[in-house]
Each structure stands twice: as structure tokens, then as C-alpha cells.
Design a protein around this ligand. Structure first.
Ligand code: FMN
Length: 199
């Protein structure tokens, strides 16, 4: 099992990073390979719907020569995609949205003259989010969007861990949140070991 963590917080020592830490430690304890990609460090252009990617059914095929190609390769090589993001305006932050748009076309060859394959079909996807509102009012719309995204892309949606930030004057991380993060990693591991291998 390989986990690819797409991290979309601009704050390297922010809340989302703090919540991700125990999750990654737990993966490490189980010797699960994972790589962390900081999306704010990457150049990810927005999709312009040119559909060049639809001409090739075996590769990404995007006309842009930016960092999305390297991320595409890492996703193809993994079993589980973890979307880690603070909630901005009820969705993920801009680099993750740009990447999701690039991948929904580059991975899903549905938009050419004929219906093609989803190159990432069968992979698992989960979310770690932090938000200012209670998670059911802060991260619910993102979770719903991602669920539909997964169904459309033939990905298996596993679930979301979302935790609340009570503001800049409060301390975000505590033992309860750390425990939730560890448990989420364990659930993911159990889910992956009990489900059929990803082709
Ligand atoms: C520009 C901006 C927009 C935000 N929009 C929302 C929002 O729509 N809903 C919400 O619940 N929290 C919102 N928040 C709060 C953040 O999601 C929250 O503080 C988060 O924990 C920040 O994570 P970070 O420390 O990893 O950046 C917003 C914060 C910022 C800076």
C-alpha cells in the first residue's frame, strides 16, 4: 500500500500540517510508504478545457509542461490518494482545485470523440480537512463535491477527517485531535488491507 498525500495548506506549520503529522506517524509505524506533496510549492496551471489530454488514452497528455505531470505519475504509482486541505470559501484551496480540474480531464478519458477509460479507476481517496466552522457546516460541501468527483472518476471514496479551528488566538492541536488522526490512519490501513488489490 502506497499513500500519496496532496497537501494544500499554504502554512507549513499550520493547522492542517499539525493534523496530518500524527496520521503520517501512524503510517510510518505500520511501514506504509507515503509521500507528501506540498501543492503551494508546485506550479499547477488551471485547466483551459483544450482537450489535448483526450487524444491519448494511456498517458496524462496535458499540453502544459508544469508540475502536474510529476504529480500525475505519483498518483498512478499509489493506491491511496489523501487530499489534505484547509477549507477556503467552503472548498479546498486554489492549487488543489486546479489539480483536481487537471486530473478530472487528464485521468478520465471521457471527453473525446469516444468514451475512454479512467486511468486511476479503483484507487482509494480520503480527505483530511481543517475549517473554522463546525466540520458539518465547514467541510461538508467539499466532502460532497469530492464524493461525486470519486464516483465520476471510478475512485473509491473512503471518508473524511475534519477538525475545527477556533481562531488565531486559540491552540488548534490537542490530544483528542491527534488521536482522531491516528485512528483515521488505522481505518485507512484496515480498509485497504480488507479491500481487493488495486490494479
Ligand atoms: C481565506 C480563508 C478562507 C476560509 N474559508 C473558510 C470557510 O469557508 N469555511 C470554514 O469553515 N473555514 C474557513 N477558513 C478557516 C480555515 O479553514 C481554518 O482556519 C484552517 O484550519 C486553516 O488551516 P491552515 O492552518 O492549514 O492554513 C478560511 C480561512 C482562510 C484564510
Amino acid at each position: 500500500m502506497k499513500v500519496c498525500i496532496l497537501m494544500a495548506s499554504p502554512r507549513k506549520t499550520g493547522n492542517t500540517a499539525a493534523l496530518l503529522e500524527p496520521f503520517m506517524e501512524e503510517l510510518g509505524q505500520h511501514h506504509i510508504e507515503h509521500n507528501l506533496i506540498w501543492l503551494y510549492d508546485k506550479r499547477i496551471e488551471p485547466c483551459i478545457a483544450c482537450r489535448v489530454c483526450q487524444k491519448n488514452w494511456t498517458t496524462f497528455g496535458c499540453h502544459y509542461n508544469d508540475d502536474a505531470q510529476e504529480i500525475f505519475d505519483k498518483i498512478i504509482a499509489c493506491d491511496v490518494i489523501m487530499l489534505a486541505t484547509p477549507i477556503y470559501s467552503w472548498y479546498c484551496t486554489p492549487p488543489m482545485k486546479a489539480l483536481l480540474d487537471r486530473l478530472v480531464y487528464g485521468m478520465n478519458k471521457y471527453y473525446g470523440d469516444k468514451m475512454g477509460p479512467a486511468l486511476w479507476a479503483g484507487k482509494q481517496l480520503a480527505i483530511i480537512a481543517t475549517c473554522g466552522y463546525r466540520p458539518e457546516k465547514g467541510a461538508d460541501l467539499f466532502a460532497e463535491g469530492v464524493k461525486r468527483y470519486c464516483k465520476h472518476s471510478q475512485l473509491q471514496y473512503i471518508g473524511m477527517l475534519a477538525e475545527r479551528d477556533l481562531g488565531y488566538k486559540s491552540v488548534f492541536m490537542d490530544t483528542e485531535k491527534a488521536q482522531h488522526s491516528c485512528l483515521f490512519a488505522q481505518e485507512l490501513i484496515n480498509h485497504s488491507t480488507n479491500s481487493s488489490p488495486v490494479s
